[in-house]
Design a protein around this ligand. Sequence first.
Ligand code: SF4
Ligand code: SF4
Length: 160
Amino acid sequence: MKSRQCQPCTACCDGWVQIKVKGCEAYPGKPCPHSMGAGCDDYENRPIDPCHKFECAWVKKNSVLPINLKPDECGTLVIESILVWQGITVDLAVPVGREIPKKNLTQLMQLAEKNMRPLIYQQQDSKSKMLEKNPLTLAYGPPEFQQWVLENQAKGRALW
Ligand code: SF4
Ligand code: SF4
C-alpha cells in the first residue's frame, strides 16, 4: 500500500500543534519561523526533534484515520497516545483553524468509540477573536474520564 505523503500539508509547522524548534516555540497564531506556509525554508537543516520525528496520526504507517482526515483538508490534526488514563491510551485532536468542523469531530468521536480510545480535543474560544496559545480543552469518553479531565483542569494540572 502506498504510504501517505504530507505534501502539501504543513499543519504541524504552522503552529496548530505546539512544538519547539531550535528553542523557538510555535503555537496557534505563531508558526515555526521556518514555515513559509507551503514548506520549510531550511528543510535540509531541520532538527531531528521535532521535525524528523513528528508524525501526526494521519501520516503514520497503518494509520487508523481514514483518508479524508488529512490535517490540511479536514481542519484537524490528531496526535496519537498523548497520555494514558487508567491504562487506556488517549488521543488528542487539535483544530487546524479555530475549531474542528463538526462532521469531522463526529467522525473522530465515532472512531474513539470503535477503538475504545478516549479523545481529548481542542477548540478556540468563540468569544475571543485572537488565536489562543492554549485552546479550550474538552474530553470525549467515559464519564469518569471526562470527570478526571475536569478535575485536573480545575487544579491547574497539565494533562500531558
Ligand atoms: S500535520 Fe501530519 S500530514 Fe501534515 S505535515 Fe504534519 S505530519 Fe505531515
Ligand atoms: S524547521 Fe521546517 S520542518 Fe521544522 S517545524 Fe519549522 S518549518 Fe517545519
